[in-house]
Design a protein around this ligand. Structure first.
Ligand code: SR1
Ligand code: MG
Length: 412
């Protein structure tokens, strides 16, 4: 194999010259290319490479967690799974993810479409920029990837082979199992939280019922292989213009529960909602917060509409076969509605857990981290933590948009 080397702007030209998929997009001569490293995520190198014919993104895995350093090694093979995920997502929801132009397994490197003028959605939410059609796009993406990656759609043998393929990606789920589901609930070494939150944190960490529920959600996350999940669907994994959005960065892909992605996503909209008082003036605050809540509502209604449409038109897997359900009309509808309610309930649990980990564990988010006034930050994070606890303790109480939105308004 070609020995792995982390790229630099200086070495990237040599590495990618002669690759026709690259030359076709940006031109063949590396001396005409401009290379910038722009990665600001927790794990990888990301380069924007501009040539006379166009621009591409080059993403390369590092053999350690970038956020922490080489004291935390991380296998390069994760890039292989990210590539597999991008290919599957593109097939299941065309145009929802960047196109892959080239994959180099030895170099853990993916060359893909440069999205422009898209910006990271988290930045747009902090800056108060609305995105038309956002909830419809995300709800549809979650429904298509959930449904088409499951045995509702896939042949059982294909699904089992895929579960077995992705089971090789052990270190990445282990990060989520620790940072998301475990660390927030005890004094883990890498945890940190805002000064003054100690009493709220102590309440959460001594709440046996809450911790028992979280452990149950962890068990489902780790052992329930219903569908291929994105695995890290937050507002930093979405790029948008004012009217177009794409999902990026599926390196936390694994087989997991049907409600995982939409639950994590909802948490990130709720954190955008709760952090707004620090980012908006009084004149625009309410309007923008209400828009964020409307995106959550639109995400769920689009998810349910698309999932139901696929249920009625694409049920080609072994589950709920037409032979048992089609001639019974009503039975099919009951089964679909029941499954959607289960997905929604479990999504609320994952949502609450994600709200906790982004304020208590290692990897926080800019929505709160960019708040300079520490008193205000503590107040807003407290709302987020308390609502998260309610969702975990009683997810079935928030299985409707009205109930969820009402709860968010109560804590605001
Ligand atoms: C050590 S990685 C920390 C976080 O970054 C990724 O974006 C995931 O959210 C992960 O939990
Ligand atoms: Mg990421």
């Amino acid at each position: 194999p070609d020995l792995y080397r982390p790229l630099t702007p200086e070495t990237l030209g040599d590495r990618l010259s002669g690759i026709s998929a690259v030359a076709d997009r940006i031109g063949a001569d590396p001396s005409d290319w401009t290379v910038r490293e722009v990665g600001d995520g927790n794990l990888n190198l990301v380069f924007i490479v501009e040539g006379p014919k166009g621009t591409i993104i080059v993403k390369q895995a590092l053999p350690y967690v970038r956020l922490v350093g080489d004291s935390w090694p991380l296998p390069l093979y994760r890039a292989l799974y990210e590539n597999h995920a991008l290919v599957r997502q593109a097939a299941r929801d065309p145009d929802a993810v960047p196109e892959v132009y080239h994959f180099d397994e030895d170099q853990a490197l993916i060359v893909m479409e440069f999205l422009s003028p898209h910006k990271i959605l988290r930045r747009k939410l902090i800056d108060g920029e609305k995105v038309a059609g956002l909830g419809a796009f995300l709800g549809t993406f979650c429904a298509r990837t959930a449904f088409r990656g499951s045995e509702l759609s896939m042949k059982s043998a294909d699904k089992k082979a895929d579960v077995s393929l992705f089971a090789g990606n052990v270190e990445i789920p282990a990060i989520t199992e620790a940072l998301v589901f475990t660390d927030p609930y005890y004094a883990a070494e890498m945890n940190h939280h805002t000064e003054g939150l100690d009493p709220v944190v102590a309440d959460l960490r001594t709440n046996a019922e809450l911790k028992a529920k979280v452990q149950r959600f962890l068990m489902k996350f780790a052992s329930n292989t219903e569908t291929m999940v994105h695995g890290d669907l937050h507002s930093g994994s979405i790029m948008s213009t004012d009217s177009d959005s794409r999902v990026i960065d599926p390196e936390f892909v694994q087989y997991g529960p049907l409600g995982f992605d939409i639950g994590m996503l909802t948490a990130n909209f709720l954190m955008a909602y709760f952090s707004q008082p620090a980012h908006r003036s009084a004149e625009t605050l309410e309007d923008f917060q209400e828009w964020v809540l409307s995106v959550i509502a639109e995400t769920f209604s689009s998810f349910e509409a698309e999932f139901t449409r696929l249920w009625n038109t694409e049920r080609t897997g072994m589950l709920y076969p037409a032979s048992l359900f089609e001639d019974q009309g009503q039975a099919s509808d009951i089964a679909c509605a029941g499954l959607l309610q289960e997905i929604r309930n479990e999504a609320m649990g994952y949502c609450g857990i994600e709200m906790h980990r982004r304020t208590l564990s290692l990897a926080h988010n800019a929505d709160f981290e960019e708040i300079e006034d520490k008193q205000l930050k503590r107040r807003l994070e407290t709302r987020n933590l308390l609502m998260g606890a309610d969702l975990i303790l009683s997810p079935e109480s928030y299985g409707s948009t009205d109930a969820l939105v009402k709860l968010a308004r109560q804590f605001n």
